[in-house]
Design a protein around this ligand. Structure first.
Ligand code: FAD
Length: 509
């Protein structure tokens, strides 16, 4: 069976027929024409893969998984759904690293974006002098590898690089570089997007700007990103990678805020923060083995320590200079004396650090487990309330293991308010990530704690925003977007009036 310039094997053709039968029996009628049906998969294994995500909590059964061989296939699929009496919903799935079904489509069609990459034939990542054109399905680690070949690099990252470009740009894409270079959505120069009406639009701040701003941070609601043009800078080759330990929260947060207020060569290139609780699992692997006992004693004594993670990029010929710059930075900080620890690493080793952890956890069966995460943006003026009301009063008092807890500030002026992402209304705000990994029978307990934390903010009148927000009621979404809700709705009416896209977010469905 031949379609265009590639061959569909017999088994696949049979599956296509099966898919038509299932779709006819299920939600999608009339059966899609052959040019769409040929890319639909309904075999149990493919459907099962699309029904779970990194969270391992939510499940939604799609009617079919669509495997596009071209952008045009995506256009045809969306147009077809728009044209029938009972349109089906459509969710782009990048890497499925959401934690609450955001890339799923109950009774709808999941578009496996990875498949698009298989057909790009080398055109998925094209590096130019100042930017890189990247397929929406590409993963950031591959973008890093391709740009490094030219001595270039994107400036803004996420902590983990095996995420798709379309997936992170639908949220924001944040990490320790955000205070300086903005979130990943602030580093996009141009996009190709297939809207919920099936129209392919090229957009930027100067051209079709409404689509551009809608899609960035738009939770997949307005269109499927098929190409993003990302700004590049010169790549460093090495990093000084430090962790500084604090026992006093206000000293810790004041120093973080100081660090993100700096500019130019004086500034760090990356600033994050980690909370290390006196609870299992206690991961001190960053620190030299000989220092781990005294760090452990400090944690036992205080019940918690706060760690600033700070990185300065450099090239081998500027070794002496970077050491001086790091020493200058440290002079102004109030960590516990002698509790500063430094590593020297390649730029790639540093950026790809979470994958190194993944490689340790996977064989132990500790990666593919439930992840009831809570990610928040908290205004700077209320961050001490978080320490008192959440860390001390809730987290330290409950018998829930600690996992990875991160906390670091960023500057609002590096974000663009025209974009769909929502952040607190203060010049500086913190991101907090309570990144739990747990067993299935403990999910309820962790989720209850997450609710208790959210309730604390509500009761205290603290205007936080959730990041990577899990499924909410309509009312909660309206609250989440706050004064942006009318804009969010208007954009939906304009770009996806039949409300087909990314139903797993639960905003309009
Ligand atoms: P998916 O889960 O596949 O999709 C997410 C949403 O985007 C869905 O609504 C989907 O429909 C939509 N979508 C997917 N592709 C497209 C597209 N091409 N066009 C339009 N919409 C699309 N985030 C950070 O910001 N910073 C971090 O440091 C960070 N670290 C992480 C570490 C780990 C281990 C994990 C699992 C996640 C982390 N995240 C982080 C969260 C991550 O950015 C989001 O979950 C992101 O959505 C994952 O990308 P994905 O390709 O897996 O998206």
């Amino acid at each position: 069976m031949t379609q265009g310039n590639f061959i569909i094997p017999k088994t696949l053709a049979m599956l296509c027929l099966a898919s038509i039968v299932v779709l006819t029996q299920g939600q999608i009628t009339p059966p899609p024409p052959e040019n769409i049906a040929k890319n639909l998969q309904t075999d149990p294994e493919t459907l099962s893969q699309a029904s779970i995500d990194y969270g391992h909590i939510a499940h939604a059964n799609a009617s079919a998984v669509f495997e596009p061989a071209s952008v045009n296939d995506i256009i045809e699929l969306i147009k077809y759904s728009n044209s029938i009496e009972k349109p089906f919903t459509i969710a782009a799935r990048g890497q499925g690293h959401s934690v609450d079904g955001q890339a799923m489509a109950q009774n709808g069609v999941v578009v496996n974006m990875t498949h698009l990459g298989d057909f790009r034939n080398g055109s998925g990542i094209i590096v130019s002098d100042q930017y890189v054109d990247v397929g929406g399905e590409q993963i950031w680690i591959d973008v890093l590898h391709e740009t490094l070949k030219r001595g270039l690099t994107p400036l803004s990252w996420t902590d983990y690089l095996y995420l798709s470009v379309g997936g992170t740009l639908s949220n924001a894409g944040i990490s320790g570089q955000t205070f300086r270079f903005g979130p990943q959505i602030s580093n996009v120069l141009e996009l190709d997007v297939v809207t919920g009406k099936g129209e392919l639009i090229t957009c930027s701040a100067g051209k079709n700007s409404e689509a551009f701003y809608a899609v960035l941070g738009g939770l997949g609601q307005y269109g499927i990103i098929t190409r993003a043009r990302i700004a590049l800078g010169l790549a460093p080759s090495r990093v000084k990678w430090l962790r500084l330990i604090y026992t006093d929260f206000s000293a810790f947060s004041a120093d973080q805020e100081h660090l993100i207020s700096l500019n130019g060569t004086n500034a760090a290139d990356y600033v994050e923060g980690l909370l290390i609780l006196n609870k299992p699992p206690l991961d001190l692997s960053f620190f030299p083995e000989s220092d781990q006992p005294r760090i452990s004693s400090l944690i036992t004594k205080y019940g918690i320590v706060y760690t600033i993670e700070l990185v300065k990029y450099y090239d081998p010929n500027s070794q002496a200079k970077v050491e001086e710059e790091v020493a200058n930075l440290l002079k102004e900080l109030k960590f516990v004396p002698t509790f500063s620890f430094e590593k020297d690493a390649s730029y790639e080793e540093f950026l790809d650090r979470v994958h190194a952890t993944e490689l340790v956890l996977r064989p132990k069966g500790l990666w593919e487990v439930p992840h009831p995460w809570l990610n928040l943006f908290i205004p700077k003026s209320r961050i001490s309330d978080f320490n008192e009301g959440v860390i001390k009063s809730i987290i330290l008092n409950q018998n829930i293991s600690a996992e990875v807890f991160i906390l670091y500030p960023m500057n609002r002026n590096k974000w663009n308010d025209n974009m769909s992402a929502v952040i607190p209304d203060e010049d500086v705000f913190y991101t907090v990530g309570l990144l739990h990994s747990t067993e299935i029978d403990k999910v309820g307990v962790v989720k209850a704690q997450n609710q208790q934390i959210l309730q604390f903010f509500k009761n205290a009148g603290i205007q936080i925003r959730e990041y990577l927000a899990p499924h909410k009621t309509h009312e909660e979404w309206v609250q989440h977007f706050g004064s942006k809700w009318d804009l969010i709705q208007k954009r939906k009416d304009e770009f996806d009036p039949k409300k087909l896209l990314s139903p797993g977010q639960g905003i309009f469905n």
